[in-house]
Design a protein. Structure first.
Length: 266
């Protein structure tokens, strides 16, 4: 459904027949590749059952799929258009999140973040970390200067995303989609990302407008919808991060005492 809007796709994901077609072998939460057929067209999705979520020390059990849905609502309300359409519904293993698949089914998508030697960093890319391989070879982590990636970095700041790996970023036409937001929207500062290339810089006016739209939505029906998915302190923390970003108008810096970059980075 290449011409469908996100709102239309959301309806398809909610009402269509959900059929498993495979399992993601590297998923830590039992994610399934499924098809959703509404009788007219079919789409591929990632289905994450609540039942197979792994326990985490810093997030309440059974809350990750709700955070996936909440991240989509935040992205849509601000006009970020980063999180693919995501709904909560019943599947073969009970309640879970269903998110539109983005990118190729086979083969590797075009990388937006990479681990290379310093000499092999693509022109214009921003180095955010230096390290070494298990064999002692020096490497760096860098990301593209794509403006759509900068929008992702702003959304991650308000989401308090603690797991923005390079493999979670996918080109979608002229934009960039981001997936895997189950470990986001906590109360304590936990931003952990590979997109530090703009840290401390002014947020672009176009992205500030998105944050303003999110702030306005949080003063209306969005907050009621989020209260069905998150705790009251978590919603209040989201509101506070949004207001703080509008006051500072700058991309945040890494928090002391918390790992700045997830590992593996990709």
């Amino acid at each position: 459904m290449p011409t469908a809007t996100d709102a239309e796709l959301e309806q398809v994901l909610t009402a269509g027949d959900l059929t498993p077609v495979g399992r993601l072998a590297d998923s830590s939460n039992g994610a399934l590749l499924c098809s959703v057929d509404d009788g007219a067209d079919g789409v591929l999705v990632i289905h994450k059952p609540e039942l197979t979520e792994r326990r985490l020390w810093d997030y309440p059990d059974g809350t990750l799929v709700a955070r996936e849905r909440a991240a989509y609502l935040v992205s849509a309300a601000g006009g970020f258009d980063v999180v693919p359409p995501t709904v909560l519904r019943d599947g073969p293993h009970g309640r879970g999140s269903v998110q539109l698949w983005v990118g190729p089914v086979e083969g590797e998508p075009e990388p937006l973040v990479d681990v290379t030697s310093a000499a092999d960093v693509p022109d214009g890319w921003v180095v955010v970390l230096s390290g070494e391989t298990p064999d002692g070879e020096p490497v760096v982590v860098s990301h593209a200067p794509h403006p759509a990636l900068r929008t992702v970095a702003v959304l991650d700041a308000v989401l308090n995303n603690s797991d923005r790996k390079g493999g979670h970023l996918l080109r979608d036409g002229d934009g960039v989609r981001g997936c895997d937001h189950g470990v986001s929207l906590g109360v304590e500062p936990k931003l952990r990302t590979v997109l530090w290339g703009w840290a401390g810089q002014d947020v672009l006016d176009t992205d500030l407008a998105r944050v303003e739209a999110l702030r306005d939505a949080l003063r209306g029906d969005l907050t009621d919808a989020l209260h069905e998915l998150l705790t009251v302190p978590e919603v209040e923390a989201l509101q506070a991060r949004t207001e703080h970003l509008l006051r500072t108008r700058r991309h945040p810096l890494p928090s002391p005492g918390w790992p700045a970059i997830p590992w593996p980075a990709l």
